[in-house]
Design a protein around this ligand. Structure first.
Ligand code: PGA
Length: 249
């Protein structure tokens, strides 16, 4: 069956010194985890994170990647640069990127392709805003985002991709989707993947996380839902003890 995956999304938090300290605290707390454990850090912390997690069960991810191999894109980072550092995962299309930095369904797809071509594992984020939810558009939005993200992505890549369903209104707000709502929307995403690929692939090879104010208190309830294969954890990933409690849900 699908192996759960819990990933921390540090966002714009932690210096190199803080990275070393947080990972040192985390290692003993998550060493027996029954799921994949990932920490996604700012670019400047990646080398330190890779070094600090060497030989442990913690994998490292970046929070974004550019779609071009190289070139005149001031301030951007390529997939090859991340691979060279020893980075394994990369978050793509986080709602903060979509809201504040002009990320579109199309650029998400371009980044996914570049990441896969270089051997990185994308964590692709989808999710509706509060206005979209209130106007009954949740299913339509996540379906559109999923279809666009996977445009021209080969079936063989499915094992290397994780989807994160993150309702925008639940991110950093302390509001969590109910476990049932999260499960229902993730089912919509899985059905979309079944249509795009095949029902068996969607069932056995597509891991879909929930994200949005997931924490030690609500993790076990969310993880008990049949469609939820893990979590993308923001705020609660910044403290070793909280993150480890989610990991050991
Ligand atoms: P949160 O963030 O856990 O702080 O709500 C989740 C995310 O944005 O990935």
């Amino acid at each position: 069956m699908r192996r759960p995956i819990i990933a921390g999304n540090w966002k714009m938090n932690n210096t190199i010194a803080e990275t070393k300290a947080l990972i040192a605290d985390l290692i003993p707390l998550v060493k027996d985890a029954a799921c994949d454990v990932v920490v996604c850090t700012p670019y400047t912390d990646l080398a330190a994170a890779v070094e600090a997690t060497r030989g442990t069960n913690i994998k490292v991810g970046a929070e974004n990647v550019h779609w071009a191999e190289k070139g005149a894109f001031t301030g951007e980072i390529s997939a090859k640069m991340l691979v060279e550092l020893g980075v394994e995962y990369v978050i793509i299309g986080h709602s903060e990127r979509r809201q504040y930095f002009g990320e579109t369904d199309e650029t998400v797809n371009m980044r996914v392709k570049a990441a896969l071509a270089a051997g990185l594992k994308p964590i692709i984020c989808v999710g509706e805003t509060l206005a979209e939810r209130e106007s009954g558009k949740t299913a339509e939005v996540v379906t559109r985002q999923t279809r666009a993200a996977f445009k021209d992505i080969d079936k063989d890549e499915l094992d290397n991709i994780v989807i994160a369903y993150e309702p925008v209104w639940a991110i950093g707000t302390g509001k969590t989707a109910t476990a049932e709502d999260a499960n229902d929307t993730i089912k919509v995403i899985r059905d979309t993947m079944a249509e795009l690929y095949c029902p068996k692939c969607a069932e056995s090879r597509v891991r879909i996380q929930y994200g949005g104010s997931m924490n030690p208190k609500n993790a076990s309830e969310l993880m008990a839902m049949p469609e939820i294969d893990g979590g993308l954890i923001g705020g609660a990933s910044l403290k070793a003890e909280d993150f480890s409690k989610v990991v050991n849900f």
